[in-house]
Ligand binder design. Structure first.
Ligand code: SAH
Length: 255
């Protein structure tokens, strides 16, 4: 009997709410024989009722993860590597894909809702407000993982865009210092969303002046997104031209 080999699937689990996975992702989880997931961030509720053998990668190194995925894949099993949010953002999938390339093993990537976007939804903000900013930066504070100097928070702050800062809430003091040193006015709105879309989601709103104090008091230390920028202010009168009666576009004539 010949073995059918399925591509290994790198799957975005979404930010936490089990309904925020794609239909395709849900189907692939249900069909999987082996699921390797990042237990520290993926909501285990996503795995309720799956028939697959499930492995938590939290305590594993890359070799151990690859060994499970490759041997299962080569014996004809359907393998899903489940990553939090979207796998393209701080997912560490590159090193896994490079190993699979070396071994000439097929794989596919299925996107998910990044926690950055789930956090914006929790805050009910538009990150791209006309005449305020039209750019969103996904970044992090340098920590044990270094960040190239030219894209330090201080350098990026000069642009005064909307920013979604991952992996950094435990370094909030440093984040604030760099953002102010780089050029955001001290009254720039900041919000921290902890566990966006989970039942125990928490939101802390502040400005660059008082966010640090509020975060220390809240004891939020991980699984949180820092959003910063003028777009978060609710006092802006800028309105998108798309729905402005005096603005014609492809689908509508100017009045
Ligand atoms: N690939 C993921 C990010 C992985 S890095 C994504 O697209 O969302 C892990 C960081 O993501 C955490 O330190 C935190 O900053 C953020 N994060 C993950 N899940 C989150 C959630 N539900 N709410 C807020 N931030 C979250």
């Amino acid at each position: 009997m010949s073995i059918i080999n399925y591509p290994i699937i790198f799957l975005g689990a979404g930010p936490g709410d089990p309904e925020l996975i794609t239909l395709k992702g849900r189907r692939l989880l249900d069909e999987a024989d082996v699921i390797v997931y990042a237990g520290s961030l993926v909501n285990p509720a996503l795995l309720d009722g799956v028939k697959a053998q499930v492995h938590d990668s939290a305590g594993m190194d890359l070799d151990a993860i690859m060994e499970i995925m490759v041997s299962a894949g080569q014996s004809g099993k359907r393998v899903v590597r489940l990553h939090t949010g979207d796998p393209a953002i701080y997912g560490a999938i590159r090193e896994q894909m490079q190993r699979l390339d070396l071994e000439k093993i097929q794989y596919e990537v299925v996107p998910g809702v990044s926690s950055a976007l789930a956090s914006a939804a929790a805050l009910k903000v538009e990150l791209t407000v006309p005449e305020v900013t039209q750019t969103v930066i996904f970044t992090r504070q340098a920590g044990r993982t270094p960040v190239p100097e030219k894209e330090s928070l201080q350098n990026l702050a000069a642009l005064q865009t909307s920013m979604c800062i991952f992996l950094s809430v435990s370094m909030i003091e440093k984040v604030v210092a760099e953002l102010i040193a780089g050029g955001y006015p001290a009254d720039t709105p900041v919000a921290v969303v902890e566990k966006a879309s989970w039942p125990d989601q928490r939101i802390v709103r502040a400005t660059l002046v008082d966010i640090e104090e509020k975060i220390q008091a809240s004891e939020i230390r991980k699984t949180a997104m820092i959003l910063v920028g003028r777009a978060l202010a609710d006092d802006d009168t800028a309105v998108s031209k798309l729905y402005d009666a005096g603005f014609s576009h492809e689908y509508r004539e100017e009045k």
